[in-house]
Design a protein. Structure first.
Length: 126
């Protein structure tokens, strides 16, 4: 699957977001090392800290299926006017599962980054 197709799948996932407070819908796709794809969308909650990011949602689906290494995360914010990058918590979560590439949707196309570019000093305990 191409990066453009992954971004399109992330945009589709964002349509399922539950974002009644921010109206900022985000979708993500986690691609396991074997190529299996897991989608996720952000889920807000009136107790703001209880919300779930799209990236975390997709990674959680993958991990729940037994995945421990994720090759790529694609993320799309369909209500954004600029590229929507993963938050710090999601970046650290990506470190935990060895994400190699992060594909970010942007108004002018998409951008591809290594996780090391986005979180150069992420830490692992194992």
């Amino acid at each position: 699957m191409t990066d453009a197709e992954l971004v399109a799948e992330a945009r589709t996932a964002a349509q399922h977001a539950y974002a009644p407070f921010s109206r900022f819908r985000v979708g993500a796709v986690a691609v396991a090392a074997d190529g299996t794809r897991y989608t996720g969308a952000n889920v807000e909650n009136s107790a703001y800290g209880s919300g779930i990011c799209a990236e975390g949602s997709a990674i959680t689906r993958a991990v729940s299926a037994g995945v421990r290494s994720i090759d790529t995360i694609a993320v799309a914010c369909i209500d954004a006017t600029e590229a929507g990058y993963p938050c710090g918590n999601c970046r650290q979560l990506m470190v935990e599962f060895d994400v190699k590439r992060v594909v970010v949707d942007a108004p002018d196309g998409y951008r591809v980054h290594t996780l090391a570019e986005l979180i150069p000093f992420g830490f692992k305990l194992r």
